[in-house]
Design a protein around this ligand. Structure first.
Ligand code: AMP
Ligand code: MG
Length: 431
């Protein structure tokens, strides 16, 4: 089949018609009232529903018609068709099918028996592009996300972005329609039925709450809201006290049989901001692996997950930034199949009277954490890495390092405001 495809480097700028668009254009040169093979090709292939629905999104189709009866067609339109023929159908064959993509003109074999076979030919060039390595980035969840893919297709990116949107729509406490917002609206009122996915996440967070002795607490949202990050307003002691009874994961009641979640006290609310990025990274990796992709890197707002072997360079390398010096890297690793999450107040914070306040809150005092410039956690599971990075920011160096050193396969680098850097045992060795 490949022999029937002739690729001609097209040296001129495309100056006529649809060819100016970046989208590939499939030109079909035809004689609608005299060329019987053209009529058959139109009926059997171009109007086939599978062909139309599959190619339609990716290719602009233009039938360049040269009928005998030209009444009703303007002179300028006839001239436009002539110039298209001069460019792509010099020999005057009918029907003739060419695909114009950027500066390439690809002749497609129209002597095919079925719409499917024709579709396969066209698809090779337009959907989806096989890419050796490719990169896309977008703003998601209020952060800069980037996706890096080896030997995948354009469609794999789209599926990944859709998955990230789906997760955000389901777990963001800032989206009214999310499941988490529904739980929050019903606090003190009624249990809310949730999906298995949200239930599993909440159960996971509950386990982390006990593992971190309460430092990690997704019922933190009322404690976050009293700090006005935008206006830089610090809450009064009485407000802090009144809010304290609303932050308590023990008042979150789950029923796994009926799949319901109930916040016992009116005014309580959940926030999964501490794991949203890690969870997205994990789900995109799962989705890509299911699609047969063997390696890729997901950078979810600084929380990274990489799997498989690098395809574009010899090795992927993870660099941990020095929060005090732009462009200085204090640690690099060439591991793969690893996730790396960083929490810190060097990128997200607010300042009042030169005091820097973090967006990470100690659930016991409702005070923003102080003293930690950045906490980086390495783990095989991106959700765990993300959660622990947040939790360690609350726990501080001593309690944090005790916790990490007890956990197998988990490492951390903690950088304090004083400039002191703590490396967990495993990191030190691989440094
Ligand atoms: P991260 O950037 O992953 O450390 O997540 C920070 C976010 O987690 C904050 O913006 C809050 O939404 C949420 N958060 C703050 N403090 C805590 C805490 N102690 N436990 C769990 N989530 C928290
Ligand atoms: Mg986190």
């Amino acid at each position: 089949m490949r022999n029937s495809i002739l690729i001609i480097a097209f040296l001129f700028n495309i100056i006529v018609g649809l060819g100016q668009s970046n989208q590939p254009v499939l030109y079909v040169f035809s004689g609608s009232d005299w060329c019987i093979p053209c009529m058959e090709f139109k009926k059997d292939i171009l109007e086939d529903s599978v062909f139309v629905s599959t190619v339609g999104d990716h290719v602009l189709l233009e039938v360049v018609d040269f009928p005998q009866k030209t009444r009703g067609i303007s002179k300028s339109e006839l001239a436009r068709r002539d110039s298209l023929a001069a460019l792509y159908n010099e020999e005057g064959a009918f029907p003739k099918v060419v695909l114009v993509q950027g500066t390439s003109v690809i002749r497609i074999n129209h002597h095919v028996k079925s719409a499917n076979t024709f579709l396969e030919e066209v698809k090779q060039f337009v959907i989806p592009h096989e890419v050796k390595a490719a990169f896309q980035s977008k703003l998601k969840m209020g952060s800069h996300f980037s996706l890096h893919l080896c030997n995948g297709k354009e469609e794999d990116f789209k599926a990944a972005w859709d998955e990230i949107d789906r997760i955000e729509n389901s777990i963001s406490s800032w989206k009214d329609s999310s499941e988490i917002s529904s739980i929050n609206r019903n606090a003190g009122f009624a249990p809310v039925k949730v999906s298995k996915e949200v239930m599993d996440l909440i159960v996971y967070c509950m386990n982390l709450h006990s593992v971190t002795q309460g430092a990690f607490d997704i019922s933190i949202k009322p404690g976050l809201k009293i700090w006005d990050w935008k206006k830089g307003i610090v809450p009064s002691d009485s407000l802090l006290k009144a809010t304290q009874r609303l932050v308590n994961l023990n008042n979150v009641v789950i029923n796994e049989d009926s799949s319901t979640v109930y916040l016992k006290v009116k005014g309580m609310s959940l926030d999964l901001g501490s794991i949203g990025k890690g969870y997205s990274a994990m789900k995109v990796a799962e989705l890509w692996k299911d699609r047969g992709i063997e390696s890729g890197v997901i950078n979810a707002g600084g929380d990274l997950y990489m799997f498989g072997e690098a395809c574009d360079i010899d090795l992927w390398s993870i660099g941990i930034k020095n929060p005090f010096k732009d462009n200085e890297v204090i640690f690099t690793s060439n591991q793969t199949n690893v996730s790396v999450a960083t929490s810190g107040d060097y990128e997200r914070y607010f300042e009042v009277d030169s005091v820097r306040y973090s967006h990470i809150i100690d659930p016991k005092t409702l005070q923003p954490v102080k003293g930690m410039a950045s906490v980086t956690v390495f783990a095989s599971n991106p959700v765990l890495a993300d959660a622990l990075a947040t939790a360690l920011s609350v726990l501080g160096v001593e309690a944090g390092k005790d916790l990490i050193n007890q956990m197998e396969g988990v490492e951390a680098i903690i950088i304090q405001h004083s400039g002191k850097v703590y490396y967990s045992k495993g990191v030190k060795q691989s440094e």
